[in-house]
Write a protein that binds this ligand. Sequence first.
Ligand SMILES: C[S@@+](CC[C@H](N)C(=O)[O-])C[C@H]1O[C@@H](n2cnc3c(N)ncnc32)[C@H](O)[C@@H]1O
Length: 231
Amino acid sequence: MSDPDGEQRAPYDPMPHGPEEVGVGPWPGGHEAWPAGDQWDPALLEHGDRRNVVDRYRYWTMAAIVADLDTRRHAFHVAIENWQHDFNIGTIVRTANAFLAAEVHIVGNRRWNRRGAMVTDRYQHVRHHADVPALAAYLADHPAGPVTLLGIDNLPGAEPLEATALPRSACLLFGQEGPGLSEQARAVCDGTLSIAQFGSTRSINASAAAAIAMHTWVRQHADPTGAGGRG
Ligand SMILES: C[S@@+](CC[C@H](N)C(=O)[O-])C[C@H]1O[C@@H](n2cnc3c(N)ncnc32)[C@H](O)[C@@H]1O
């Protein structure tokens, strides 16, 4: 795909430098030309759709988008410990939406800062658990079958993520800035995986680590063409 400056763009990134208003205006042709179907949102057809959604979902109701996503969600889950109101949670939720995680789990405090999520949480199934044992119990008894709980942290004894075949049905659990994975999380996880680092810092940002780990699952299990259905 090319833009007015002649720059080559990826198909999922069609508007490199604008326009200033994202999305589309009212449905062309007025009411008479409106499409028929339950997925269409009359208010969006009338006034335009400026939401941060891919073109395939333009003018769709949020409920219709969620229902469509539900038909093809991937088998991985994401979990985040939330004991200190970590600001990374919002961006982790956004990445979980982009890679189409089955569910997102918030462990610990119920309240979390949604700012970085950019509304993506509304399209995800976000569940709260009081602590990691409660999360582990939920995953063990999951309606779709047991889900392996994997801690992601650079702890002593962690296996290298780069050399690990991830289970298809897996929950990737992240710690928070500062303490990292709690003692309770370390005790309950089925295994712990670390991302290789080569510089001087002890760790990378939790949201960056989450994106790397989710994409590792995607590379191993998902169909990047989107033609293969559920991963
Ligand atoms: C900033 S780290 C803090 C804890 C870290 N264990 C330390 O020694 O400083 C916060 C979270 O980011 C993730 N993380 C950061 N760097 C990582 C790495 N190299 N490998 C795996 N996870 C990492 C983990 O989920 C971790 O709990």
